[in-house]
Design a protein around this ligand. Structure first.
Ligand SMILES: Nc1nc2c(c(=O)[nH]1)N[C@H]1C(S)=C(S)[C@@H](COP(=O)(O)OP(=O)(O)OC[C@H]3O[C@@H](n4cnc5c(=O)[nH]c(N)nc54)[C@H](O)[C@@H]3O)O[C@H]1N2
Ligand SMILES: Nc1nc2c(c(=O)[nH]1)N[C@H]1C(S)=C(S)[C@@H](COP(=O)(O)OP(=O)(O)OC[C@H]3O[C@@H](n4cnc5c(=O)[nH]c(N)nc54)[C@H](O)[C@@H]3O)O[C@H]1N2
Ligand code: SF4
Ligand SMILES: [Mo]
Length: 572
């Protein structure tokens, strides 16, 4: 048979398995079609159940992102004043030599004057804080507290349930009541919305709790349009009604919770009328939701981070996280609450990030949300040395950190040495002394945990780096070599990092073969209690908080600017 030219063409087409890098609970599995070294399209992997072959609109265009004409393709050195965005190309070796020399000189005076600044440009454990954390630990640089998104909610879950753990997302499809609380699922958690639709087709009722009539609220059966920052009051009033109508699972409360008497007493102070006045919604709406929640089984709550970005946000998440234990919703696999499942992931951070390279040093910690203030702070005994160098990767602080006026002034300091690893010319990139072109997800290895489902994923490179782009790991390896860090961990390849990222808890061969692997999480993780708290119970009352002089029980903590004030009402 003579060779068919078309067959030859098809034979050179490859499909490469990957993972979406974005900070999104869905952590989709990708399939990239590549021909002759060029990526043609990115699609959802139909074999991965949470992805179900579908990507959001943003990532289905990821090929365009990778080949975008505005992509940074070569290292650049600043020539104009800070922030002017005027650069000239520079060779990688020249840039890396100079960066290593300057960081080395600062570290010789005080390594804490160096600050890494990163967040979730990629959620990958390898291009995230794999090699980078090793490098900064070895230097002894200031540590960064990554608080910009989820800290209040994460802490609240940990105090109540013992970790960032919750329902397995797939079972929302079997729930008969779904409460979508402080989450705009259609926009920011699309694959969950698909499951909620499945439940709806099976007769489930959907309720949305959001100050805004979001597109998600629009499509639910009920919308409780409460004032921002009043969720804990609502949750306490729901508890009030569960008690008043005895919609309680007494056996579950007895066996698997801590502090019920105290919580009960507090809840009884929150009549629906009192909460209605605080939340700005009718008392009857609270009664109706309590009835639905108390009498519908299984009932599931999907929280997201939208509701914890207020003063009492942590308390609100604690109060909501208590609810399923009152009704025993956890007994069913389609009952309970989900905010984050990242606590189930067996990431071996000691291996990936090597905090042991601090070798007994205890650098200060800088909170990423105060970066503006901190860049403008002079040296002092309380603060330590002024920040002299910032290395930014996977983040865009000028756009994302609060009080951006101060952040801009901080980054505009002529005496600050700034290195930015980026795919694009962001606001922050404009302030770099060196701007280093980074690879995209199509060009590097990585492994990905998920906070919305309970699988982990592998991302294989589909194409060679575009232009002169380099992986984050490569840049930190190269800097480590130049700074004379000769520990073997600085020579490990990305593939090796991927292989060991989950220790022996995940079979890497499975990841290589199918691109994802499911974690061993029970279908109804807390049906028999066994919460990962100190007591093994759902902790309504937290000894830990009480010992710190804080309220041991969740409460409604009002906004600094009271809900119902003229400004708040105008906003509404
Ligand atoms: N398409 C897309 N998806 C994303 C992202 C993205 O940039 N684009 N970002 C990802 C990231 S980093 C995150 S953290 C998540 C965020 O995901 P979500 O938490 O779902 O999104 P937000 O828009 O922050 O907030 C959700 C809703 O909370 C409401 N809200 C605000 N204040 C309150 C309150 O006090 N109480 C209650 N009950 N509701 C309140 C808002 O009106 C909003 O509709 O999305 C992820 N997914
Ligand atoms: N104004 C404003 N501020 C916000 C928010 C908001 O909605 N508005 N949301 C808040 C929330 S919820 C969050 S989670 C944070 C998000 O804060 P960030 O995580 O800092 O924001 P992103 O824009 O997701 O990512 C930052 C940059 O990482 C780059 N990047 C992606 N992949 C890679 C890579 O592999 N290597 C390198 N070197 N760079 C890469 C991207 O090009 C992007 O410019 O922002 C918070 N701040
Ligand atoms: S839905 Fe989320 S995880 Fe899926 S492709 Fe879009 S951003 Fe990525
Ligand atoms: Mo976020």
């Amino acid at each position: 048979m003579s060779p068919d030219p078309q067959t030859k063409e098809i034979a050179s087409v490859q499909q490469v398995l990957g993972a979406c890098p974005h900070d999104c609970p869905d952590t989709c599995a990708l399939v990239t079609t590549v021909q002759d070294g060029v990526a043609l399209r990115v699609q959802g992997n139909p074999a991965h159940p949470p992805t179900a072959g579908v990507l959001c609109n943003k990532v289905s265009h990821y090929v365009e992102r990778s080949y975008h004409p505005e992509r940074l393709l070569q290292p650049m050195k600043r020539v104009g004043p800070k922030g002017s965005g005027r650069f000239e190309p520079v060779a990688w070796d020249v840039a890396l030599d100079d960066i290593a020399r300057r960081l080395g000189a600062i570290a010789a005076r005080d390594p804490q004057a160096i600050l890494p600044y990163s967040y979730c440009g990629t959620m990958g454990l390898v291009q995230g804080d794999g090699m980078a954390a090793r490098f900064f630990h070895r230097i002894g640089a200031s540590l960064l507290d990554r608080t910009i998104c989820a800290s209040a909610g994460a802490e609240a879950l940990t105090q109540t349930l013992g970790g960032k753990v919750g329902m397995k997302v797939e079972f929302f499809a079997e729930a008969k009541l779904i409460v979508i609380w402080g989450s705009n699922s259609i926009a920011s958690n699309l694959h969950f919305w698909r499951l909620a639709q499945e439940a709806k087709r099976q007769g489930a009722k959907l309720v949305c709790i959001d100050p805004r009539r979001s597109e998600t609220a629009e499509k639910c059966h009920e919308h409780l349009q409460l004032l921002p920052g009043t969720d804990a009051a609502l949750a306490l009033a729901l508890m009030h009604e569960l008690v008043a109508n005895d919609w309680l699972d007494h056996a579950y409360l007895e066996a698997h919770t801590l502090g019920w008497d105290a919580l009960r007493e507090r809840a009884l102070r929150w009549s629906p009328e009192r909460a209605a006045a605080v939340c700005g919604i009718p008392a009857q709406q609270i009664r109706d939701l309590a009835r639905d929640y108390g009498t519908t089984k299984p009932a599931a709550i999907r929280l997201n981070y939208g509701m914890q970005r207020v003063r009492g946000g942590g308390n609100a998440v604690r109060a909501v996280a208590c609810l399923p234990a009152l009704t025993g919703a956890w007994r069913h696999r389609a009952g309970g609450v989900l905010l984050s499942n990242s606590g189930w992931v067996p990431a071996d951070r000691a291996y990936l990030q090597r905090p042991d390279l601090l070798a007994g040093r205890q650098p200060r910690t800088i909170n990423m949300v105060t970066i503006g203030d901190d860049l403008l702070r002079p040296a002092s005994p309380a603060f330590g040395p002024a920040i002299e160098a910032v290395v930014v990767y996977n983040s865009n602080p000028l756009a994302v950190a609060p009080e951006s006026g101060k952040v801009v002034r901080g980054f505009a300091r002529e005496d600050l040495f700034t290195v930015v690893l980026e795919q694009f010319r962001t606001d922050t990139a404009d302030y770099a002394d060196y701007l280093l072109p980074a690879t995209t997800q199509l060009e590097h290895w990585d492994v990905h945990p998920s906070y919305g489902h309970t699988d982990v994923l592998l991302n294989r490179p589909a194409i060679a780096p575009v232009g002169q782009a380099r992986t984050n790991t490569d840049v930190f390896r190269a800097l480590a070599a130049r700074m004379g860090f000769d520990e073997p961990c600085f020579r490990e390849s990305d593939e090796t990092l991927c292989r060991h990222a989950f220790g022996d808890k995940v079979d890497f061969e499975v990841l290589l073969r199918q691109g994802f692997a499911s974690l061993q999480v029970p279908d109804a993780p807390f049906a028999e209690g066994r919460f990962p708290t100190a007591s093994g119970r759902c902790e309504f009352f937290s000894e830990r908080l009480a010992r710190q002089g804080l309220d041991g029980l969740p409460d409604h903590v009002p906004n600094y600017e009271a809900a119902g004030s003229p400004r708040a009402i105008r906003w509404r």
